[in-house]
Ligand binder design. Structure first.
Ligand SMILES: Nc1ncnc2c1ncn2[C@@H]1O[C@H](COP(=O)(O)OP(=O)(O)OP(=O)(O)O)[C@@H](O)[C@H]1O
Ligand SMILES: Nc1ncnc2c1ncn2[C@@H]1O[C@H](COP(=O)(O)O)[C@@H](O)[C@H]1O
Length: 194
């Protein structure tokens, strides 16, 4: 049983490493960015509402995100754990997922199930390296102006979560400015499955 939250700025390797850790622990990789991009591609109501925020590099409003995440976490494959990539992105989202985890824990305790272990990982990478990586990745929102805005949004809204999880003794810091294999090796050491 393992629950992992990947924090870290855009381009820090959350998606790359979440896919590997998901394979390792056989739990789903849940990327809110990927789910949103699917909604945009399928032109769902949610996708149409989210698109302008994503194009600008702003966070999509919590009112659109929280139900989407809850729905994904209630799917059968997520009952033995999950790897969250790109969520939470602000304090309201972190408080939300904390409540979900606590509720699940209470339900499982009454069934005498195994405890779940929450690991929050912050991947640290200098801004200049992030910009170079994202320009090379070349996703629709990877132009320089949007990258700089996403970094600003990260520093203002997501970075405070480092202290949020530090206060709860749930934070591991991993150097993301190493090779992909080296970062995975560090993650294997950091993640505790219960
Ligand atoms: N350790 C690494 N060294 C060099 N390049 C890397 C490393 N990890 C990931 N990359 C590359 O950097 C780019 C960004 O990685 P990735 O998409 O995993 O980041 P992310 O944190 O999920 O970004 P975003 O939040 O914008 O989705 C990709 O092109 C990826 O191949
Ligand atoms: N958790 C989220 N809250 C608000 N907006 C989000 C969230 N996750 C993704 N988004 C939006 O999607 C793009 C791309 O996300 P990536 O994680 O970089 O793939 C992001 O800029 C937000 O607009």
């Amino acid at each position: 049983m393992v629950q992992v939250i990947f924090l870290g700025p855009p381009g820090s390797g959350k998606g790359t490493q979440a896919a590997r850790v998901s394979e390792l622990f056989q739990v789903p990789h849940i990327s809110t960015g990927d789910i949103l991009r699917t909604h945009v591609a399928q032109q769902t109501d949610l996708g149409q509402k989210a698109k302008a925020f994503m194009d600008r590099g702003d966070l999509v409003p919590d009112g659109l995100i929280l139900d989407m995440v809850l729905d994904r976490l209630h799917q059968p494959d997520a009952q033995k754990g999950w790897i969250l990539d790109g969520f939470p992105r602000n304090v309201a989202q972190a408080t939300f997922i904390e409540q979900v985890v606590l509720q699940q824990k209470a339900e499982n305790a009454s069934e005498n199930a195994q405890d779940k272990s929450l690991n929050t990982i912050n991947l640290e990478v200098p801004d200049q390296v992030l910009i170079e990586r994202l320009l090379a990745r070349g996703r629709a929102d990877d132009c320089e102006q949007t990258i700089r805005h996403r970094l600003q949004v990260y520093h203002e809204q997501t970075e405070p979560l480092i202290q949020f999880y530090r206060d709860r003794n749930q934070l591991s810091i991993v150097n993301g400015n190493l090779s992909v294999d080296q970062v995975t090796a560090e993650l294997k050491k950091a993640i505790v499955a219960a």
